[in-house]
Write a protein that binds this ligand. Sequence first.
Ligand SMILES: C[S@@+](CC[C@H](N)C(=O)[O-])C[C@H]1O[C@@H](n2cnc3c(N)ncnc32)[C@H](O)[C@@H]1O
Length: 215
Amino acid sequence: MRARKKKHGAERIAACAHLLIQDPTVLREDPQAPFAEKQELHLEIGCGKGNFACGMAAKHPDVNFIAMECVADVACIALEKAEAAKDTRPDNLRFLIGNAENLTEWFPAHSVDCLYLNFSDPWPKARHAKRRLTYRAFLEKYKTVLKKGGILRFKTDNAGLFDFSLEEFEAMGLPMTDLTRDLHSSPQNEGNVMTEYERAWSEKGFPIHAVTVHF
Ligand SMILES: C[S@@+](CC[C@H](N)C(=O)[O-])C[C@H]1O[C@@H](n2cnc3c(N)ncnc32)[C@H](O)[C@@H]1O
């Protein structure tokens, strides 16, 4: 996702500092430290402008959510969205500006219940396959931080990325359920919270592919 450099980005992020995990290394000690209540921990990687994280946090007060985004200017929009809604939702959402590559440096082993990958960058060129967030090296990291029996929920409009991902899950011997090539017409759509990309691509007529992967 390209984003123009946000004017006063640092100040705008600082204004939402209470929603931001400033030093992710604190998570190593206790990944629930940013939250008042210790409850299930869900992590979204590549949260973009934050619609999914804000929607899920509002819908599931009994879950703590961390939304990770590697582009600070994009995270700024998500933070401001969460800040604007802070009086109408439970205090169970925090943001982390960082790259999924560092996941195992920040999160203790087997500390996350559920991981979300929504409309991850497809990196269509074969020579960039290792950058895809469903490449097996990333799946190894997810396996480390997810609890035994933890799940990854993946959705995308991109059939090529979806097919590649299914092959990676299969190669890792990870069982899959709830596979659909048209999420919005399937029973799995019950309780679905749309992301910004999901709304845009489905309005253009693209079906949404989705799967749940068990670790
Ligand atoms: C195509 S956008 C989708 C955004 C959002 N999930 C949605 O569905 O609207 C992918 C997002 O993932 C972020 N991203 C890509 N690679 C990442 C990584 N390794 N770690 C964290 N975020 C990443 C990008 O900066 C971008 O904001």
